[in-house]
Design a protein around this ligand. Sequence first.
Ligand code: NAD
Ligand code: FE2
Length: 436
Amino acid sequence: MACCHHYYALAEGNESAFAIDVASITFGHGVLKEAGEHARGLGMTRVALFTDATLATLPYVTDVRSSLATAGIDVAVFDESRVEPTDQSFLAAARFAAEGRFDGYVSVGGGSVMDTCKAANLYATHPAAFLDYVNAPIGAGKPVPGPLKPHIACPTTCGTGSECTGIAIFDLLSMQVKTGIASRHLRPARALIDPATTYSLPRNVVAASGFDILSHALESYTARPYTRRAAPGKPSLRPMSQGANPWSDIGCEAALKLLGQYLERGVNDAADHEARDNLMYAATLAGIAFGNSGVHVPHGMAYSVAGLVRDFRPAGYPEGEPIVPHGMSVVVNAPSVFRFTACACPDRHIAAAGWLGGETRGATEDDAGEVVARQLIAMMKATAIPNGIGGVGYGREDVPALAKGAWAQQRLLTNSPREVTEEGLEDLYLGALAYW
Ligand SMILES: NC(=O)c1ccc[n+]([C@@H]2O[C@H](COP(=O)([O-])OP(=O)(O)OC[C@H]3O[C@@H](n4cnc5c(N)ncnc54)[C@H](O)[C@@H]3O)[C@@H](O)[C@H]2O)c1
Ligand SMILES: [Fe+2]
């Protein structure tokens, strides 16, 4: 705990408390068949069930639907959630929700589906102009006025932790940038997490969503400590991205240890159910952690890596439009960023590298950035992640535009343990062009 005492040292006029908001979670094999009873307990009688076109053909939606039907609940299915949603796809989902007059929501899918369901619930429950609730400075950042209808989230990827967070992410097409809506009211009322859903995931989806888990845990663990923010004027102004804190640290450490043990196995062998079960648990732990601390620069930089995509089309994702899947768009920045942030809290960077399975014997504070970057790069290579932002189609000439997009992500950048400037972001992208 020596490092924690130091990291969370109190300072006059600064924040002295942290908040813990946790989703209500049921984790284990077979839990999707319990959806009906949970829904009834939450007072649902007419439910909008959100999924996507691929999942609509897999058995999980059927399990949830029949459980709801057995509980006497009416269900209308929306299977047009877009993989990596946009403002347009959120609005289409919101129209479906508003027209159906539902008293409950269920999502069965990855982060794309769960986030679509959150947005649909939000705009149907508290109608507003689309940009009103979107994070400033891209949107108006207005607070969500009150609770939404209850939402049961059933994740089917081992990654985003969206079932535990009050965040919904989308691509704002007019600005070619990803951003989001963040409010405690967006957090699902219940999460039903069946790790067996991961057995049908393509390897690339496990790799991308697995590195999303890793980045959530590593960014939360190295985030600016909550004690370095100015004290909020009143408790309701305490942000969800409150910074690293002792509660989030517990989930980050546990998740990073599981990833060190199981990420490579879970990506490279779909039959390794032990590995995939543990990746799902790591996603849950990291989701609980970062939902209470916030992520920082690798995620901030990811939103323009994803938003400005030209023609990267990874296997395992729907064919058609180019995308850089979220977890890939984050981890391609990560070694460059952690080389930069290491000096702000070197002991935390070294500890994390060790939990991930890296060699840390004899490492000094000066080595911290290299130690963690080396382990991340080894794991990226072992799971066939693209080689930096160059590997997903960007060159040196794209760096100013990438940095401009990332600079708009102030909610994330201010959570960094070391101050970042717009010029500094250009350096970080240059450092992320290629790693090997
Ligand atoms: N709200 C949050 O807190 C949060 C956090 C991180 C990321 N995100 C967002 O989540 C989105 C990414 O979500 P994701 O990584 O979970 O992937 P995803 O939901 O985009 O799904 C990826 C692909 O996998 C398929 N798929 C999903 N589950 C499957 C299964 N069990 N078997 C076979 N195929 C399956 C989907 O149909 C899709 O083609 C991004 O938009 C990202 O920005 C949100
Ligand atoms: Fe993420």
